[in-house]
Design a protein around this ligand. Sequence first.
Ligand SMILES: [Zn+2]
Length: 491
Amino acid sequence: MLKRLLFLGPGGFVLLVVVVLGRALTASSSQPPITPLTVAEVDADAVAERLAQSVRFKTIAAPAGQTFEPAPFDAFHAWIDTTYPAVTSGLRREVVAGHSLLYTWKGLDSSLPPLLLLAHQDAVPVEDSTLPDWEQPPFDGVIDDGWIWGRGTLDDKVSMLAILEAVESLWKEGVQPQRTVMLAFGHDEEVSGQGAKAISELLGQRGIKPMMILDEGLVVTHGIVPGLEQPAALVGLAEKGYLSVEMTVAGAGGHSSMPPPHTAVGILAEAVTRLEANPLPAHMEGPMAEMLATLGPEMDFGNKIVFRNLWLLGGIVQGKLEASYSTNAAIRTTTAVTMFDGGVKENVLPQEARAVVNFRIFPGDTIEDILRHVEDSVDDSRVKLKPLGGISGNPPPVSTMDSEGWAVLTSTVRQAFPDAVVAPGMSVAATDARMYAGLSDSIYRFSPIRLHKDRGDTGRIHGTNERVGVENYAEAVRFYAQLISNAAAAE
Ligand SMILES: [Zn+2]
C-alpha cells in the first residue's frame, strides 16, 4: 500500500501525509465518562485484615492423581460463614462438586437476568526451594508497609474476598437489588478441575442466562502497554484454547554400526524443524485489534499516528508485536515443542522417537485447523500425529462489546479507576470463565488489581512475593460494590 501511494509522486505523498495526520488529529476517545462512586467508603484496614486471614487457609487444589486435602477448604468455608454474617444469613448458599460454592442474592424483579460474579478459592502451591526468597511467609497473612502478603492475594482470593466484602456492605446498608446477584467460587480452577463446570451445568439446567458473567483475568496495568502513559484497565473479551499434539516416528532398531541415513530421531527432528519454521498466521483482527482501536486515541501523538493508520502501517505494527513473545502470543495461535525423546542406548538405533507440541489457540482458529496445519507443515507420512485429550478445547466464543453488561462493566471500571483508560483485550491464560460459555454472550475477564511493570508485579502471580496493596484492595471492594449496584439497577 505504502509503495503504491509513493508511486503517485509528490502529490500522492502530500495526500498521504494529510490523510495520516488527519486521522491521528481526529482520533476521538471512546472512553465512558468518569462519574463519582456512589457506594459507601471502605475501611481499608478492616477489609485488608480479613483478606490476610483468608490467606492462612492453605486452599491448594490437587492435580489429577493427587489426593485432594479437604480440611483447609472446610475451615475456609466455616470462616466465611462467621466472618460475613449478612452473606451467610441473607443469601442462599449451595455447595457444588464437593467444595465449590454458589450464592444467590435474590433480586426484587425475578424477570431480570442475573449478574454472575466468579472467583476461585484455590491457589497454587509454593515450592519449598523458593521459600527463602519470600519477604513474608506465603501463608502467614502478613500486612506490612501497605501491602497484604501471601499466596492468593493476586490470584484469586483478592477477587473472591472483595466480592464477599462488597455484598456484605451493601446488605448492611439495606440495599435490595432489583436484579438477582449470583456468586460462584470454584475450588479447583488452578488444576482445570470440575467445580466451575459443575456450577455452569447446574445453572444451565435451571435455565439461568446471566446478563453478564465476570471472572478474573486482565488487570489495571501500569507501564505495561507501550505508548500509553495512563494506566490501562484491560477487560478480556476472550481467552485462548488449548491443544497438545503427539508426534511419533517408528524406527527399525538394530545396531548403530550400519545405520540408515535418518534414524527415527532424525526424521522427527526434521518434522519439528519444519513445524517451528511455519508458525500459524497472525490475526490483526479480533480482541487485539479492538484493544488497539480503543487505546490508540489515548496515546501520545506519535503512537496515535501509528494506531489510527493501521490500514497503512498494520504490517509494521504486526512486526513489532511479533518481535516480543508476550505480544506475539496475543495475535496468533502459538506453537511450543515441549517434549522430545527417543532412543535408549548410545549404540542402538531408536525404535521410536516422540515429541509433544503444545498449541494455545487464538479465537477463530480451531483444533481441526491446527491438526491440518501440523499435517501440512510436517508433510511426512512416517510421522504419526495424535491429538492428546486432557484439557484440550477450542477457544470459547469472543464476548460482545454491544451489550448492557459491557456498558455497565466498563463505566464501573472508570468509576473505580478514574486514572485509567478502559479497553477490551484477550487473556492468554485459561480461566474458569470458559466453562460458562453458552450461558451468556457477555462473559468478561477482569481483576480489579493494579500491576506495575517497574515493580515486577506480573511475576508475582503464581510466583514469589505475591502481594496486593492495602489501598488497591479497598478499591477492589468498592469496584465490586459499585458494579453490583450499577448492574442491579440497570434494566
Ligand atoms: Zn486464577
